[in-house]
Unconditional design. Structure first.
Length: 456
């Protein structure tokens, strides 16, 4: 239910009710009435929590375990409190609220959110059995989605699903050793199997879904929940999730998580932090510009075409670090001991200071502070031809720093593995985006320093 619009609305209203109830309780413990100021505070907190929670996909992904969901709720509430404190400081109105009541609310609200959501998860999730916590499941057919689902059930027993067998036709199919394989799908054999094992849930995987749906009524001898796991050739690079448009169920395979409120939140992050960074680094950028002019002839700034959001090209700015300015069908990436790199440019590249002008790209909305690092257009066109899933990087804006970069995947690409590892980290970031993850990457970028030995 949580994957539908109605289910998401219920969850939002439920969280809003928890915030209001916990604030009312905190005020009663303090002996204060629910005045207009506190009502406005609750409304602002509700809107902030809704916006921030979108970034953690709290209202869109129905399969969170309670531990993951609880952690995301706590992080979303933490950022809500931070923004409330910032707004109170900006408008100089914090003196109008009881500090003790606000402290009780800050502690009680997240506990209420987790408890109520846990009751919802365990009480209303259709895959959870209220009796003994175990329902037997059978996979008919096998594909990567079935493998992922099996691992999910094994790691999250609270969902109450225990896979017991996989039914396959092909001799080449290799189901996992933890499931008993059964060859053949005659209706009478299937009926006997289901009756003897007391199967409660059926997952139709891949091509088996189309075949078995035609004969479903012939071999089901009792009520079973039936689910379809479609074939997805690029599954390792996807993060599929259910959506609904006008009552029609769909699978989102390529959809970006940065839509609606999450997109606005990330844009606000770029504007606020990007402006502060530009003010802080402005004196250093001026000194760098002077050093470049004194070191070698040519322009201070260098621009090159890159692919941005949805594959649209834009001009990305950098400090010039080479004696050549390349853009077009022939762009040679920098290599170790590259003679094209100037003396000042070598230091700028080593400490990533040549990237500072991209703050202007961030403020213009062409880039983000955090995201997949863009390659030159000609390199992108080459990578897309022989790396499946590379185009998925275009679902978000490119960034000045990223999840791959803070884990050491930067610099020259010498092998296909170098590119695949970058893609793996970039797709992890896209699939798991949150405001907390962005701030974590920015902190790791600062804490580990801008220096990297592969940046030459």
């Amino acid at each position: 239910m949580t994957g539908t619009f109605g289910g998401r609305l219920v969850l939002r209203l439920m969280d809003a009710g928890v915030l209001v109830a916990s604030l009312f309780l905190a005020l009663r413990l303090r002996g204060l009435p629910l005045s207009t100021d506190y009502i406005m505070l609750a409304l602002i907190a509700i809107v902030l929590l809704w916006l921030i929670a979108e970034g953690y996909q709290i209202y869109t992904v129905p399969t969170h375990s309670l531990s993951v969901l609880g952690r995301h709720l706590l992080q979303a509430w933490l950022w809500t409190v931070v923004f409330l404190l910032f707004l109170g400081w900006m408008c100089k109105c914090t003196h109008r609220f009881s500090r003790l009541a606000m402290g009780l609310w800050a502690v009680g609200a997240p506990l209420g959110l987790v408890v109520v959501r846990g009751a919802w998860l365990y009480g209303l999730t259709p895959l959870y059995t209220r009796q003994n916590g175990q329902r037997k499941a059978v996979f008919i057919g096998w594909n990567p989605l079935a493998q992922r689902l099996l691992e999910h059930f094994q790691q999250n027993p609270q969902w109450g699903i225990r896979p017991v067998a996989v039914l396959v036709d092909e001799e080449t199919t290799s189901p996992p050793p933890t499931l008993a394989p059964m060859r053949g799908r005659k209706p009478e054999d299937l009926r006997a199997f289901f009756q003897n094992h007391g199967v409660d849930v059926v997952f139709l995987a891949g091509s088996a879904a189309q075949q078995e749906l035609k004969t479903l009524g012939k071999w089901l001898n009792g009520p079973c929940d039936v689910y379809i796991l479609p074939e997805t050739p690029l599954f390792p690079f996807l993060n599929p999730r259910p959506e609904e448009f006008g009552g029609v169920p769909c699978w989102a395979l390529f959809a970006s998580p940065l839509q609606g409120p999450a997109q606005w939140l990330k844009r606000l992050e770029d504007l606020v932090i990007g402006t502060l960074a530009l003010v802080v680094f402005a004196p250093l950028m001026l000194l760098i510009a002077i050093a470049i002019r004194l070191d070698s002839p040519g322009p201070v700034l260098f621009r090159q075409r890159r692919y941005g959001l949805n594959g649209k090209t834009f001009w990305m700015w950098k400090f010039r670090t080479m004696r050549v300015v390349e853009d077009g069908p022939a762009v040679k990436p920098a290599t170790q001991q590259d003679k094209r790199v100037t003396r000042v440019g070598r230091w700028l590249r080593r400490f990533s200071l040549d990237e500072l002008p991209q703050l202007f790209n961030v403020l213009k909305g062409e880039m983000s502070l955090v995201g997949p690092r863009p390659f030159a257009v000609v390199m992108d066109d080459q990578f897309r031809k022989y790396v499946d899933g590379f185009i998925l990087r275009y679902r978000v804006k490119p960034g000045m720093t990223g999840w791959a970069q803070v884990h050491g995947w930067r610099g020259e690409i010498k092998t296909k593995e170098d590119l695949l590892m970058r893609l793996q980290y970039d797709l992890y970031y896209i699939h798991n985006w949150s405001l907390f993850l962005d701030l974590k990457i920015l902190w790791m970028t600062i804490w580990r320093g801008f220096y990297h030995p592969k940046a030459y």
